[in-house]
Design a protein around this ligand. Structure first.
Ligand SMILES: [Zn+2]
Ligand SMILES: [Zn+2]
Length: 348
């Protein structure tokens, strides 16, 4: 089968690989929708991600598809609940359920998260644990491309819940990438007033389309705090950093109101440090937090939002690319193309 294999820094190749045989409890999906993600772009630029993917490895992690094989030994167990032809979405990880964090209800930071990569391929083998915990059946009316948004959306559900957003609050979302835009939709859904600050005109246009009340173009971003203060007189109850840049982390604490909450949602490269104003944090009584990844519960919640039509691929997936051109696609993403998310046609 054809699959994209990550070999290292800015080195992804589309190769013909031998489909691995199934082990007990595993299922094989024929991939029907695979989406690009900012995390994949980070991994492509860096060449690896210590936790999620170590090359050489099949690449891509947002997908939905059709069950094409179920392991024999698994038939009596959980994998056996799946039939050939079933439509499914699968998360890119599953927690162990045993460690301290899992038992404390923080499965997103499980000590032994098992990750799944290989969405940019014709087929993928889903490990037994992920079949058991994070493979969900799709309703007939849910499209594969909508369903493939489950993983990033589950991370955003986690972020919205952690930030304790409430109706009537004024929320500032820094960053108009797919994650920032999903925050806009969910915060609006909750009844918040939402301001988005971002850079690319096309994405800011999407922010308006998905319901942002105010949109601020911050240009080169060097005077972020001044620009946002000049553009908006609002007192932001919550600020969501959805960029993953240290300067934006630092700016966030100056943009939130006294007593407000900052969620450092965007991950920076390992080893990054920030300098924060202690006076502001202490005397303004700020709540600073971060949200990482998702849990089986937020994965299910995300699918519910998709089933209700709250989040639709029509607004987030604005590019399409055949698998054969994936290396060029990632080069253009590195150069900063304007697309929010690209659907990869794995049979093209
Ligand atoms: Zn993702
Ligand atoms: Zn665990």
């Amino acid at each position: 089968m054809k699959a994209a294999v990550l070999h290292g820094k800015e080195d992804v190749r589309v190769e013909d690989i031998e489909p691995p045989a199934l082990k007990p409890g595993e299922a094989r999906l024929r991939i029907e929708a695979a989406l690009t993600c900012g995390t994949d772009l980070k991994v492509f630029k860096r060449g690896y991600h210590a936790k999620m993917i170590v090359p050489p490895a099949v690449f891509g992690h947002e997908l939905a598809g059709i069950v094409s094989e179920v392991s024999d030994a698994g038939r009596a167990g959980q994998a056996g609940e799946w039939q050939l032809g079933d439509r499914a979405v699968v998360a890119n990880s599953a927690p162990c359920g045993q460690c301290y964090h899992c038992r404390a209800g923080q499965e997103n930071i499980c000590d032994d998260l098992q990750f799944l990569n290989g969405a940019y391929a014709e087929f993928i083998v889903v490990p037994a644990r992920i079949v058991r915990k994070n493979m969900l059946r799709l309703k007939p009316e849910t499209s594969f491309r909508d369903a493939a948004l489950v993983e990033p959306l589950a991370c955003v559900v986690q972020g919205v819940e952690d930030s304790k957003l409430r109706p009537g609050q004024h929320v500032l979302v820094l960053g108009a990438g797919p994650i920032g835009l999903m925050f806009v939709v969910l915060a609006k859904q909750l009844g918040c007033e939402v301001t988005v600050a971002g850079r690319r005109a096309a994405r800011l246009e999407v922010a308006r389309r998905v319901g942002a009340d105010h949109v601020i173009d911050i240009g080169d971003g060097h005077t972020l705090v001044t620009k946002i203060r000049e553009a908006s007189k609002a007192h932001f109850d919550a600020v969501i950093e959805a960029v993953g840049v240290p300067e934006v982390w630092e700016a966030s604490v100056h943009l939130v109101r006294k007593g407000g909450t900052v969620n450092f949602f965007g991950g920076c490269p390992a080893g990054t440090t920030v300098t924060l104003d202690t006076t502001v944090i202490h005397y303004s009584d700020l709540t600073l937090l971060a949200s990482f990844h998702h849990t089986p519960r937020t994965i299910r919640r995300a699918l519910e939002f998709i089933e209700k039509g709250v989040i639709r691929a029509a607004e987030f997936v604005d590019g399409e690319c055949p698998l054969s051109r994936l290396p060029q696609l990632f080069q253009s993403m590195t150069a900063g193309n304007r697309v929010v998310k690209t659907l990869v046609n794995v049979r093209g």
